[in-house]
Design a protein around this ligand. Structure first.
Ligand code: PLP
Length: 391
């Protein structure tokens, strides 16, 4: 059996038709396959490789940390320099009330932790989420998914979850004094990169403050520079009570976190103690990689060009079959009107060495989320490949 057959045979599959590139190497915005073909990665696998694949500073930080120590003890028991420094760095970038970081291995675990934290702190059980949101795939996170197709087979899920329409302030009565928290994405990722309207986000925050519900902002896809600021809530005037990060944070290494006020977070350490546990959360190698990632984004001023690059995509992705381009910064949804066109364009782009994707809850749009380091020349080239594929 060749490697591809072994992959299909022995690695658990989640779809009948995986892309299945046999990866040899990845660097910058490129992934090279075993047969020597080079692909431009226009989705950053997905929204992870914000600073490009195998960034030198990240690789060096990983090397350095592996020469010191790997895992020593379950989360929270030992003082580990990379964890402490990363928590300090993250909180220095955030509003002062977000001063305590709980590290996880992934985004869905950050969601789980935030749900538990909000229930514990408020003493309430109900949770409100947005229709068409995606917060992860474990049973708690899946409970926050409105889409029946993906959830029905796994019921029963958590009770006490209700859904409201994104960008509609009309059914805020679902948020009341039984609500522990409300989950929101600043840009709804899997709906097709649909930005939250500022007035809606502000009204939501107001409703949360009035009812005592905590506002959980999921920046697992929007964070780490993707929309031109380190966190996209910075552009809205709405501050989270709990912030979720993952994906791009580790520069290609697995890490996530939920961040809240220390007073809120302290509820996890008392009555009962050990309110949330993880063995590997905040792994020192991942934390070292995350520090390097944040430092690279800042020192190389990677966020400064995001707005200009967004405008270039909007200018060069011009074609009669493109109905709309939604999103912000380098997370753009190119809406094409029908699923077949989307699938045809994805296949054509793949042939021409361009990795592009669709969305979980929107099969009529293309996902564009390249590494932030993509150059203006490369943007012109990839836009031409996409518009040629639309012909
Ligand atoms: C907005 C959002 N939240 C949560 C998650 C879950 O993160 P993970 O896949 O790391 O568990 C994802 C993953 O795609 C996401 O896009």
């Amino acid at each position: 059996m060749n490697l591809r057959q072994l992959f299909l045979n022995s690695v658990a599959q989640t779809s009948p038709a995986p892309v299945g590139i046999q990866v040899k190497k990845a660097k910058g915005i490129y992934i090279t396959s075993l047969d020597g073909k080079r692909y431009v990665d226009l989705i950053s696998g997905i929204s992870v490789n914000n600073i490009g694949h195998r960034n030198d500073a990240v690789v060096n930080a990983v090397r350095k940390q592996t020469s010191r120590y790997l895992h020593t003890m379950v989360y929270g028991e030992h003082v580990q320099h990379p964890q402490v420094r990363l928590a300090q760095l993250l909180t220095s970038l955030l509003p002062s009330h977000l001063d305590s970081v709980y590290f996880t291995n992934s985004g869905t675990e950050a969601t789980e932790g935030a749900m538990k934290l909000a229930k514990r702190f408020t003493g309430r059980t109900n949770i409100v989420a947005m229709k068409n949101a995606y917060h992860g795939s474990t049973q708690g996170a899946l409970s926050l998914m409105s889409n029946e197709y993906f959830t029905a087979a796994y019921r029963p899920l958590l009770s006490g979850v209700s859904f409201i329409d994104y960008n509609h302030s009309s059914n805020f009565e679902a948020i009341n004094n039984h609500t522990a928290c409300v989950f929101i994405e600043i840009i709804q990722s899997e709906a097709g990169y649909i930005p939250g309207e500022i007035e809606f986000l502000k009204a939501l925050k107001k409703r949360c403050s009035e009812t005592g519900a905590l506002l959980v902002v999921d920046e697992i896809q929007t964070g780490i520079g993707r929309t031109g600021t380190m966190f996209s809530f910075e552009q809205t005037g709405v501050e989270p009570d709990i912030l979720l990060l993952a994906k791009g944070l580790g520069g290609g290494m697995p890490i996530g976190c939920f961040i809240a006020n220390k007073k809120v977070m302290e509820t996890l350490s008392e009555n009962p103690v050990l309110g949330h546990l993880t063995t590997f959360g905040g792994h020192p190698v991942s934390c070292a990689a995350a520090i390097a990632t944040l430092e690279e984004i800042t020192s190389k001023k990677m966020m400064e060009s995001v707005d200009r690059k967004e405008q270039m995509f909007r200018k060069f992705l011009f074609h009669p079959k493109i109905n709309a381009i939604t999103g912000k910064g380098l997370m753009l949804g190119v809406h094409l009107g029908d699923e077949k066109t989307v699938q045809d364009v994805i296949a054509k782009c793949y042939e021409k060495g361009l990795l592009i994707d669709w969305f979980l809850f929107n099969d009529k749009a293309l996902r564009i989320a390249p590494p932030l380091i993509i150059t203006e020349g490369e943007i012109k080239k990839v836009c031409k490949i996409i518009t040629d594929s639309l012909e």
